[in-house]
Design a protein around this ligand. Structure first.
Ligand code: 3HC
Ligand code: NAI
Length: 699
């Protein structure tokens, strides 16, 4: 076995270096290596100070998540940290990259911390459904005070080294990592600085001990939006224990809390989602040597809802964009909305005050498709009509430089048909963003039949650069996300015909953890869009049609499936809608029946799972976990339920297949018959996860 922790002596300073790629996670071997080397350095009479640092791209990124759920192996992380804290010689953590989770807890066990300027420090355990389980909830408040500690621990986002230095978490910012830490060690020795054991220093928690509201207010601010999540509250309890009990007792309570969470369904789902996201970045059938094409400038066509948001995402990442419209007026309108959007974010403190001007300066508005000529990547976001898309792609083909990647943001249309209008179908790909595009993280990358591997990789790599989560999908109507959504919408609508009300259906869906139910979502998008499209296709949907005939187009008219008070987006149940539903059903000779919440939940979720199974059979998605990533990042599926396919596995496929078969019969709907793949797995007692390569979080 290679040595994962090494020690060298530079004069009187021992440098202990962890070298365990990719992220120096605290595996049993790393824990053992740190403990042994620190113990040896303490015993070495030549050594007067100990620097703990990491090789590679980052300081320790946390506990080794793959070890969770397996029998614990010694030494325990708390023992490693105690060795650093109890060392009679100064211990100094030298931080670069990210000191996260157990990594920051190790650094907090050191007497001092130095960091390079762009290092980040955080306790992201909450995002894995956990709490910091090796003293983080006790030492961080003692290092930075309770208010900031609550923000960091309950929010899970890291802070940058300069901010950490301001709050006393970092003692010094250094230019060069190890030489800087060594110089700092000499300073500590020369000045005979007292060794700061955070466990013994209650000065920064004294205020919150005297006035509990400091803590409760901070927690209230951080838990406003934690729909359904358990971990933030467990984190708060662990911090509170530090206010109520002496250090060792509070540490014990923290540990108990951690052990409870680590076996919880929520944390298992959140760890699964962590690995699912990373797995999605691995693309089948693309040779490893494939390099993405360089993208120095992008062009976005259409400055509407989506084009504007996509352009903002590029500007946010510092990539210059040409934004193209059909006329000056449309362009002005689009740019105006973006400007306002940025200003509102700056006013809220979300971005620096000078960011709106800087980012808008990266967006060059133009009229006319000839302006795509300088772009390395062109993303079309014009109206969702095949004829318009074809017209635009024919023009792009004429003007774009050779090798440019041509992408469409279409929600449903066939990328191969669009590609066929160009002389370079190998350069055409789908990049399907989600609304609002500057906020939502998902980008479905649609691989056409002729898409070249490097064009595909370009789309994937650019999506990552602009902070999106790319998932590669195949061509079909609606790709992964919208195709599954359509299966749900169909059932939602049918439930109204059978006797449910919009608020009942939406209530069940939001209680399950989705941010919005199908009817509130319809009101937000605008009911007139579907109405027009149904009229074009000669299709009827009597309840939705009746709403539109009554001028109820959704939020934009203040009335839809719900009513909305002036200036409010909060959906309010409307007795007029119930009357309208009753009248429509009476006309059709249908009777309402009482439908219980369990049936509603099953009919909202199981048909999506069934469609997911078809999507896998057709190889539209490479693995079940990709589908889960789509739903978590594109539609706000509750991460603590791990995505629809993971949820299906947790419920049991046999049960789901049986219920679907029952509903197929009960509602005379053959689309609800279990998909062959679902039926097979159910019969074999298997899970969707059994189809994928072993997921690291499965343990
Ligand atoms: N344990 C095991 N594997 C890990 C890991 C961890 N803590 N963190 C990252 N990895 C793996 C990833 O799965 C990935 O593996 P792969 O290449 O086989 O897919 C590889 O390391 C590289 O990771 P990324 O692709 O995410 O690399 P980035 O450079 O984009 O990001 C990072 C690096 C910011 C460190 C990011 O990986 C990250 O956020 N990691 C998780 C950090 C975390 O949650 N730490 C807390 C763990 S819980 C804990 O510490 C409990 C303690 O309180 C007791
Ligand atoms: P939108 O109607 O808000 O914007 C479209 C814009 O394209 C308009 O400003 C229009 O002037 C412009 N345009 C039309 N033809 C053009 C041309 N030839 N050259 C330059 N500009 C032209 O539409 P939206 O909602 O932004 O949708 C755009 C695309 O994104 C559609 O394909 C849609 O399906 C897709 N999409 C929409 C989502 C949404 O929630 N609105 C979500 C994901 C994808």
């Amino acid at each position: 076995m290679t040595e994962v922790v090494k020690r060298e002596r530079r004069g009187v300073v021992a440098i202990v270096t962890i070298d365990s790629p990719p992220v120096n996670a605290l595996s049993a071997a790393v824990r053992r290596g740190i403990l042994d080397n620190v113990t040896a350095a303490v015993a070495d009479p030549e050594v007067q100070a100990i620097v703990l640092t990491c090789a590679g791209r980052t300081f320790i990124a946390g506990a080794d998540i793959t070890e969770f759920g397996k029998p614990p192996q010694p030494p325990a992380l708390n023992d490693v940290i105690a060795a650093l804290e109890n060392s009679p010689k100064p211990t100094i953590a030298a931080i670069h990259g990210t000191a996260l989770g157990g990594g920051l807890e190790v650094a907090l066990g050191c007497h001092f911390r130095v960091a390079v300027k762009d290092a980040r420090l955080g306790l992201p355990e909450v995002k894995l459904g956990l709490l910091p389980g090796a003293g983080g909830t006790q030492r961080l408040p003692r290092a930075v005070g309770v208010e900031l500690a609550v923000k960091v621990i309950l929010g899970g986002d890291p802070i940058k080294a300069p901010e950490a230095a301001q709050h006393g978490l970092v003692d010094e910012i250094v230019d060069e990592l190890v030489p800087g830490a060594e110089a700092f060690a000499h300073k500590v020795l020369a000045e005979k600085r007292p060794l700061r054991r955070l466990r013994d220093d209650d000065s920064k928690i004294a205020a919150a001990r005297a006035d509990r509201s400091i803590f409760t207010n901070a927690v209230a601010a951080m838990t406003k939006k934690t729909r359904g999540l358990e971990a933030p509250f467990a984190c708060a309890d662990a911090i509170a224990a530090g206010l109520d009990y002496p250090f060792d007792e509070a540490l014990k309570k923290e540990r108990e809390g951690f052990l409870k969470l680590v076996v919880s369904e929520q944390s298992k789902a959140q760890r699964y989602a962590f690995f699912a996201e990373r797995e999605a970045a691995k693309i089948d059938g693309v040779p490893e040597s494939t390099k993405p094409r360089p993208v120095a400038r992008a062009a976005i066509i259409g400055a509407g809802t989506m084009g504007g948001g996509i352009a903002m995402s590029f500007a946010n990442a510092g990539i210059p964009v040409t934004l193209i419209e059909t006329g000056e007026e449309q362009l002005k309108r689009g740019l105006g909305i973006m400007q306002k959007n940025y200003e509102a974010t700056a006013a809220r403190g979300g971005i620096p005050a000078d960011a709106p001007a800087k980012r808008m300066a990266l967006i060059d508005g133009k009229v006319g498709l000839e302006h795509v000529k300088d772009a390395d990547l062109i993303i079309e976001a014009v109206f969702e009509t095949m004829a318009v898309k074809k017209e635009v792609f024919t023009a792009i083909d004429a003007y774009a430089k050779p090798g440019a990647v041509l992408a469409s943001n279409t929600s449903y249309l066939n990328i191969d048909e669009i590609a066929a209008t160009t002389k370079r179908p190998q350069d055409v790909v789908g990049m399907h963003f989600f609304s609002p595009a500057n906020v939502m993280k998902l980008c479905e990358i649609v691989r056409g039949a002729k898409t070249a591997p490097d064009a595909l990789m370009t789309a994937v790599s650019v999506a990552k650069k602009i902070a999106k989560v790319p998932v590669v999908v195949g061509v079909c109507d609606g790709f992964v996300g919208n195709r599954m959504l359509a299966a749900r919408s169909k059932q939602a609508e049918k439930l109204l015909f059978e006797g449910a009300l919009p608020q009942q259906v939406d209530g069940v869906v939001t209680k399950f953890g989705m941010p919005m139910g199908p009817f509130a979502m319809g009101d937000l998008a605008g009911l007139d869009i579907g109405w027009r499209s149904r009229k074009d296709r000669g299709i009827k949907s009597e309840i939705a049609d009746a709403l539109c005939e009554a001028g109820r187009f959704g939020q934009k008219t203040g009335k839809g499936y719900y009513k909305y008070e002036q200036g409010s987006r909060a959906p309010l149940p409307d007795p007029e809608v119930e009357t309208l539903i009753d009248q429509t059903l009476a006309k059709l000779g249908l009777k309402r029946r009482a439908i219980d919440d369990q049936e509603i939940l099953e009919r909202m979720v199981y048909p999506m799972i069934n469609e997911g199974a078809r999507i896998l059979e057709e190889h539209i998605a490479a693995r079940p976990s990709d589908i889960d990533v789509v739903w978590i990042y594109g539609y706000g599926w509750p991460v603590y339920r791990g995505g629809p396919m993971h949820y299906a596995d947790s419920v049991g496929l046999k049960h789901i297949a049986e219920r679907l078969a029952l509903y197929a019969k009960q509602t005379n709907d053959p689309s609800l018959e279990p998909a062959p793949l679902l039926a097979r797995l159910a019969a074999e007692g298997k899970t969707f996860a059994s189809l994928a390569q072993p997921n690291k979080a499965a343990a």
